[in-house]
Design a protein around this ligand. Sequence first.
Ligand SMILES: Cc1ncc(COP(=O)(O)O)c(C=O)c1O
Length: 385
Amino acid sequence: MIYLDNAASTPIHKDVLTEMLPFLSEQYGNPSSIHKLGRTANKAIQNARKQIANLINAQPNEIFLTSGGTESNNITLHGFAYAKKGNHIITSSIEHEAILEPCKRLEKDGFSVTYLPVSSDGLVDPTYIKNAITKDTCLVSIMFANNEVGTVQPIKEISKICKEKQLPFHSDAVQAVGKMPIDVRDLELSAMSISSHKLNGPKGVGAIYIKKGIKIEPLILGGGQENGIRSGTENVASIVGFGKACELAKENLQKNIVHLKSLRDSLVSKITSEIPHVSFNGNREKRIPNNAHFTFLGVNGEDLIIKLDENGVAASTGSACSVKIQKASHVLKAMGFSHEQITGSLRLTVGLSNTFEEIDTTVAILKKVVKELREVSPFKTKYGL
Ligand SMILES: Cc1ncc(COP(=O)(O)O)c(C=O)c1O
């Protein structure tokens, strides 16, 4: 299988697995226990916290462990909302559902939410944020990199605006961490969400960076773990793996970026030059290095994915991130795409273990299956495919 769905999840790095294994067997202590087994587990968590903090230039006590990106986003949105500093939230119309759904819930609870539009190449205009701020705004939450089209938002500029207005600024950086240098101090972020399984760590674990001094209301109450922000016995083995994945990402960041970018660029140039009637979506420069997103005219993206799968290539339309029911991508809709353009979309996201040979094989397969699908396409005559 050629795996080109690394935005959905990534394989666990072998060194990550090695670090995790003792905590799935002999090191089973509860990190809150006083005895030696408990202390060993606690020490391992504190070490992971340092490794995670190190990747984004935070302090370890600014890292709050969660069950992943979804939970990090939920805790942050509810946490700032229920800190009762205002009842208006600003976000974008291309956020992941893990931001949009809690926003909808907050709207039902009496909050108002502004969903900012994006340009046709998938970027938020910071001046729109400036104009949307009211005296009731309590949080601005704009994603770092989009999970479908890979576009990287102008985080520093947005941060500057929020700082001027003394507003907290959160960014869902699940797709960006480990793919580009991120320094939360330099960016002056108030909070940021991270997920382990997008950077070659295990699933079901993530973190929120919350800048020192900022107080948010907890969403999950109980034994008071994670400084009261997220109660519940910690998922020790996964946290250890997440920490190691962050350490490896930090050590190899520049090398990985170069590798991902050259694989991705090769894929893009071959697909756009060898296959007719294809467009490349999202800003070309302001994007994470592993993402390529296309529209194949007259082709149904789901049929394409099934055909690619039959031929040994794992890909995605990019829009089905939680459930198997496909709905038209809200991201592409916000970028002004027509129904036909949305239907014909395909996301290919490269990972560290992909090779140039795999890229060539994928292009050859894609060429063949797109041709087959266009032969039976209802748009064959309309577009002269
Ligand atoms: C931008 C973004 N935010 C949040 C999430 C959810 O993260 P997790 O799968 O760790 O819950 C994802 C996962 O696809 C994502 O891409």
